[in-house]
Design a protein around this ligand. Structure first.
Ligand code: SAH
Length: 315
């Protein structure tokens, strides 16, 4: 598609683009909002992502890891509450190697739901084992498509290895989710153009685009929150480029926005709820947020009401 992304992002008045993105969403996604229940199974992590509150250098945080039974039980509660997709998400935790994730995926898939895994970078064989166990989707945000900024924020890691992972996931037949953070240091409009183009080049099936939220336990703790209007513009342009893409209203966006604009004015078509046991939720603090403290059944009811208010149907 021949869009000048930079020009669009810099428009004084973006309202026509929002209208168009809303129309494209309606034509391709109807008025359905897909829900996902997230189980944050561990906040242990071997990675050093500079923005993330649970990175391996974060001091003074209580680390937890759920055991297998707690994870399966949490999934069961979410399925009973009506969720049809379970996301297993965690830090890159050596106690959760591919065969353990695969075992969990198999148990959860047996409950008759789709399983998405979001466990970070692994080798091809690990992704293969997890796919074979029944995971149909994988979420791995590229975080930033600028290789220099990426290298600065992830000491010792490269953007290329992130992209290689995404390509391996695609080869294995996963539905692939990526995404990026808006408001990272040294980013500018050209960086965001690269971010959106990368989503397009990868033909992602899902994209989470979030504002940066500073976490005081990290080296980026004193920066400003990412610009929510810019986030929304990025989501709208992604909708135009990839009409069928599943675009969540990210938890970070809702946090920055105080719950307003629940579905990005009709451009987002996915929303998530936490199925992590309540006692662990505050500990999975990748960024500060008003952690949802309702149990998964109550969260489901809240989502139904929210969707109704916006004339949407929850799936
Ligand atoms: N270990 C998994 C899950 C990461 S946490 C993985 O590597 O994919 C999920 C997402 O939270 C990250 O991909 C990142 O985009 C986002 N995140 C982390 N810290 C953040 C912050 N301070 N502000 C906004 N988003 C953040």
């Amino acid at each position: 598609m021949n869009l000048n992304i930079k020009e669009l992002l810099e428009l004084d008045d973006f309202s026509e683009i929002y209208d168009e993105a809303k129309r494209v969403t309606r034509d391709n996604k109807g008025n359905i909002i897909f829900t996902r229940a997230v189980i944050e199974y561990s906040n242990n992590c071997t990675r050093n992502c500079a923005y993330c509150g649970i990175n391996c250098m974060s001091k003074g945080i209580t680390r937890y890891r759920m055991d297998n039974k707690e994870i399966i039980d949490s999934a069961l509660l979410a399925v009973r509450a009506g969720f049809k997709t379970i996301i297993l998400q965690g830090g890159e935790d050596l106690e959760f190697p591919a065969d353990r994730i695969a075992m969990l995926v198999k148990e959860i898939a047996n409950l008759g739901v789709a399983v998405t895994v979001s466990s970070g970078e692994m080798d091809y064989e690990s992704y293969r084992i997890i796919k074979e166990a029944g995971a149909s989707r994988y979420l791995l945000k590229h975080e930033t498509a600028d290789s220099e900024i990426y290298a600065k924020l992830h000491n010792g890691y490269t953007l290329q290895s992130r992209i290689d992972c995404l390509q391996n996931l695609r080869k294995l037949g996963y539905e692939v989710g990526s995404g990026f953070i808006v408001g990272l240091p040294n980013q500018n409009i050209d960086t965001l153009v690269k971010d959106i183009n990368l989503l397009y080049d990868l033909r992602v099936d899902m994209a989470g685009i979030s504002p940066f939220i500073p976490h005081k336990g990290t080296v980026l703790g004193k920066l400003n929150v990412g610009n929510k209007e810019l986030v929304k513009r990025c989501v709208a342009i992604t909708r135009l480029l990839l009409p069928q893409c599943n675009l969540p209203v990210t938890t970070a966006y809702t946090t920055v926005n105080g719950g307003e604009d629940a579905f990005l004015d009709g451009i987002a078509n996915v929303i998530m709820a936490k199925a992590t046991p309540i006692k662990y939720r505050k500990l999975y603090e990748i960024y500060p947020n008003a952690t949802q403290m309702t149990d998964i059944l109550q969260s489901r009811n809240n989502l139904i009401n929210l969707a109704n208010r916006f004339g949407k149907i929850l799936a």
